[in-house]
Design a protein around this ligand. Structure first.
Ligand SMILES: C[S@@+](CC[C@H](N)C(=O)[O-])C[C@H]1O[C@@H](n2cnc3c(N)ncnc32)[C@H](O)[C@@H]1O
Length: 382
């Protein structure tokens, strides 16, 4: 048995929450499908609870062990080895069990797999376990998590006679995965930023904007995000830091930790977007002094910026975004909007001078440059 399967088996809180929910939910009419059955635990519990049929689907060879365990326990489970999306069932599921989510819930292969399974494997009124999920976030202190996220000092990327500085950019723009390091402390009560019912597909695009009041003098390392499963109305399972959960937390890390004080506020904007199979995260953390409207510290990250990606995917990502222009681009846009076909170059130049008096004598050259580069003004060429 692999380490992974042992860890899964030893995650007692999770298995007990599902076991209780399965006993509550399964009836003798049910065709239960355990999607990604692994050791077959939930499929066996469903058979034990009296399901009409219990089916476990799994593409890994662990399914052979699941078969033996079912045999050993004298339980009638149909195990199907293969990709769940290639499986055709003679009878569709009335109860689907699925729980292979990433810590960030929204990304990874689970959301599209669940969406496809809903189309291919389930009867119209099928129930799903878990019934829903939440995403929670909280600011955290943790030297260990920070050391893991930033193993090199910002000014220390030279080794083996080479300079690896661009790696720092990737590090800063990555979401780090942690599992409740012992020194991790929450700096404010966690806030639920998403409540989702699996009666619907998980969102392709999502954003949250939360402000935390900081209560203690501490060293802020970043923000953690994790999911909780609402297995059914009475049973929940959480990946919160400190819980003995197999899943961990996402850690949006600040490159240089911040010393924070009671009375300060931390604004956390976190956003997610899926483009075909890839999910991308963005985050923006701002620290405010008591009553101040201006942030005293800011830290941002964007996994999209750190990913090698095609320009088609980049277009898809940015088409809904409000873009911020560089100051030079703003002046170019001003010249281009002034060049409406009814104004002389002198008039366009005057408009530019009004908006950018600091340009002085360079401004006429700038106007001519913009018009010429875009090949917009036939009068200039002629
Ligand atoms: C979190 S584990 C589930 C473990 C299982 N519930 C248990 O308690 O042993 C997720 C499982 O889903 C399987 N899986 C993921 N995607 C699959 C797919 N498309 N088709 C079949 N199995 C899949 C993985 O191989 C893995 O064993």
């Amino acid at each position: 048995m692999s380490d992974y399967d042992n860890r899964i088996l030893n995650d007692a809180d999770r298995i007990q929450a599902f076991a209780r929910a399965i006993r509550r939910q399964v009836s003798t009419q049910d065709v239960v499908v355990d999607l990604g059955t692994g050791l077959g635990t939930y499929a066996m519990l469903a058979a034990q609870a009296g399901a009409k049929r219990s089916i476990g689907i799994e593409f890994d060879s662990i399914i052979n062990v699941a078969r033996q365990i079912a045999l050993q326990n004298n339980l009638d489970v149909e195990f199907i080895r293969g990709d769940a999306l290639d499986v055709e069932l003679s009878e569709r599921a009335t109860l689907l069990i699925f729980e292979d989510f990433s810590s960030g819930l929204l990304d990874g292969p689970a959301p599209p797999l669940l969406a496809a399974a809903r189309k291919q494997l389930v009867a119209p009124s099928c129930r799903i376990l878990p019934q829903g999920a939440e995403l929670e976030i909280a600011p955290v202190a943790s030297q260990r998590a920070h050391d893991m996220a930033f193993p090199n000092r910002a000014d220390d990327y030279t080794c083996y006679g080479l300079n690896f500085q661009p790696l720092q950019y990737i590090t800063q723009n990555s979401v780090h995965h942690i599992r409740s390091p012992e020194d991790l402390a929450l700096l404010a009560d966690p806030v639920v930023v998403l409540r989702h019912s699996f009666e619907e597909d998980l969102p392709q695009k999502w954003a949250a904007d939360v402000t935390f009041e900081l209560a203690a003098e501490q060293t802020l390392a970043g923000v953690c995000l994790w999911h909780n499963l609402v297995v059914d109305e009475q049973n929940r399972y959480s990946n919160a830091p400190g819980e003995a959960a197999i899943g961990g937390q996402y850690f949006f890390a600040i490159p240089e930790v911040w010393d924070v004080k009671p009375g300060q506020r931390l604004r956390c904007e976190v956003a997610f977007q899926r483009i075909s199979v890839d999910g991308f995260w963005r985050w923006n953390l701002q620290l405010f002094e008591h009553q101040s409207e201006t942030a005293c510290r800011t830290s941002t990250g964007n996994t999209f910026a750190a990913s090698p990606i095609t320009s088609a995917a980049m277009n898809a990502f940015y088409q809904d975004e409000v873009i911020s222009l560089t100051s030079r681009a703003k002046l170019e846009a001003l010249v281009l909007s002034a060049a409406d076909g009814n104004k002389s170059i002198r008039e366009i130049h005057e408009i530019l001078q009004e908006h950018a008096p600091e340009m002085h004598e360079d401004s006429l050259e700038f106007v001519l440059g913009v018009l010429e580069n875009r090949r917009l003004a036939t009068a200039v060429v002629n």
